[in-house]
Design a protein around this ligand. Structure first.
Ligand code: P6P
Length: 339
């Protein structure tokens, strides 16, 4: 029988290991978990919009029906604003970051200690096909002293994250997070309305037999990527080749499967996307913290994702993430591609 635990209790138990903790991070993670629970409810109802007589912009009660990614963005933003602890919010849906004022609590000036990046609903174009989608979040401590957050608070290297996680809205809703002390997964029990611990200290297999990439981009890839993918398709039982190809086209779904079973996910740079397609701050960095905490590896093909010095909130990066030995292998192909 698994240890029965809720995400809230797990977060507090983790906080108790750090006597100096103020509880702000625990509150923040609990707020994010609540937001993901609410987003899950809406995602699961989305298919009923037409059936329940929603007109597409207002429902039978005349309430405005929002596109799910707009709903998720507004919910997470309001949750951060009201929950406190955040001095700047950075969303995939917003061009600029939203600075938040510090506050007075019981006449005491309280500095909001953290900043948060999030992709409120990644893969939302897949909703109508009932494909799993997700929310991704990344949390840092502010570097400025106090007052509204500044750009320098938002542009920190991934290695400085204090927490990262994602929720995947699929056959069930699962929330996966790390605060640097292992990777833990919680499955939403819709009847209890609680995220219950389902996997603790997840470890990704060192080598896999699965690769995830959009092969439709083949002709735009560099020689190294073409050679690596061809290598994976060769028959060599000693190295588990040929690998199986698994590509959902929803980052959180592809990542989550690879985290549990092993695998390498690749979104390389190509002629159309010279910096790759995926975003550093709210896709690559949080998933890279998680995969490294689970014993995996993540790079842009040359350097560790978590070491990339950010220059802009929405900057893109090539991404190779998953089982350590598989990511090392593609790095070797890229290192020799110009030889
Ligand atoms: P492509 C979804 O639109 C997304 O941002 C990620 O979730 C996914 O991994 C990627 O794009 C898929 O991109 O070009 O293969 O359709």
């Amino acid at each position: 029988m698994k240890k029965f635990n809720t995400i809230y209790r797990h977060i507090v138990e983790a906080e108790r290991k750090y006597p100096e903790a103020t509880g702000q991070l625990s509150d923040l993670l609990a707020d994010i978990a609540l937001a993901c629970k609410m987003i899950s409810l809406e995602v699961n109802r989305a298919g009923l919009i037409d059936i329940l007589g929603f007109t597409g912009d207002t429902n039978v009660q005349g309430e405005e029906v929002k596109k799910l990614d707009v709903y998720a963005n507004e919910l997470l933003t309001n949750m951060m604003k009201q929950g406190g602890h955040i001095c700047a919010i950075c969303s995939e849906e917003e061009e600029n970051f939203l600075p938040l004022e510090d506050k007075f609590v019981d006449n005491k000036y309280v500095t909001n200690k953290y900043i948060c990046h999030f992709d409120p609903l990644d893969g939302s174009s897949n909703i109508d096909a009932n494909v799993s989608i997700g929310t991704i979040f990344s949390i840092y401590k502010r570097v400025s002293d106090n007052g509204p957050g500044e750009l320098r608070d938002c542009l920190q290297k991934g290695v400085d994250q204090v927490a990262a996680g994602y929720a995947i809205y699929g056959s069930s809703t699962v929330l996966v997070y790390t605060t640097g002390d292992g990777v833990h997964a919680f499955t939403l029990d819709p009847t209890a309305g609680e995220f219950l611990l389902s996997s603790e200290n997840i470890r990704i297999p060192k080598r896999s037999k699965t690769y995830s990439v959009n092969e439709g981009n083949h002709n735009k890839w560099s020689k190294g990527i073409k050679d690596y993918v061809s290598y994976l398709k060769e028959s060599d039982p000693g190295t588990g080749r040929p690998y199986s190809s698994r590509y959902i086209g929803s980052l959180v779904a592809d990542f989550h499967r690879n985290l549990l079973y092993g695998g390498i996910f690749m979104y390389p740079a190509d002629k159309k996307n010279p910096d790759g397609k995926l975003r550093l701050m709210y896709e690559a960095n949080p998933l890279s913290m998680i995969v490294e905490q689970a014993g995996g590896r993540s790079s842009n093909g040359r350097i560790r994702i978590l070491e990339i010095e950010p220059k802009a909130l929405h900057q893109r990066t090539p991404l190779f993430i998953g089982s350590e030995e598989d990511v090392l292998a593609v790095e070797r192909f890229l290192a020799t591609e110009n030889n």
